[in-house]
Write a new protein. Sequence first.
Length: 249
Amino acid sequence: MHDEQLLRYSRHILLPGIDVEGQEKLLQARVLVVGVGGLGSPVALYLAASGVGKLVLVDDDKVELSNLQRQIAHQTSDIGRAKVESGRDAVVALNPDVEVELIAERLAGDVMLAAVEGVDVVVDCSDNFATRFALNQACVRTQTPLVSGAAIRSEGQLSVFDFRRADSPCYRCLYSPDAGDEQLNCSEAGVLAPIVGVIGSLQALETVKVLTDFGETLTGRLLLLDGATMECRTLKLGKDPSCPVCGRQ
């Protein structure tokens, strides 16, 4: 690291669990952020601030006025622009040393698999079950850690699925495609603006922990937060031996 980096990341370097070695890991890391909306905005900004070397931002949407209530990477002047473009501008304005790759399409099939294979961690900030299940399957196949978050109304949840560990469950162990609720989204159910900021910030935290081996990640646990009452619960998750995605791993 050069002198400016040593100063920029000095508060990380002071932490015994990160130090220079951990910061170097962040600078060399590649992270895929799927969705640059309410969750993806704080994820991208905090990972950029933390010094993650390369961010791959994925989103096929454009910025709309209704997004600005919670999607803090975008400004009023960005309305009509691709979210990946305004997200990149926010990241670069915060930390110009971060390399940013843009994918302005919805990932699927071989394109998704190639994107997952090319990074160290995947952060799922998507807003639909189809993408979540597909990302999970790609991460299981490539053994890429997956940091999964979701928020709706005043509630949020977070977990880490680290497929480098034999005992880690996957997203499919937790949810079935037959569970329904596919159509429940923020545009219909609403969402309290700071909830996505809290969950997205926690996703960034878990990503930093995965990349640096700092602390203990949420692998094997599900964090549930109710912002209306500020009640927080953590549930243990076990690997489902009959899971069609990871059960035979």
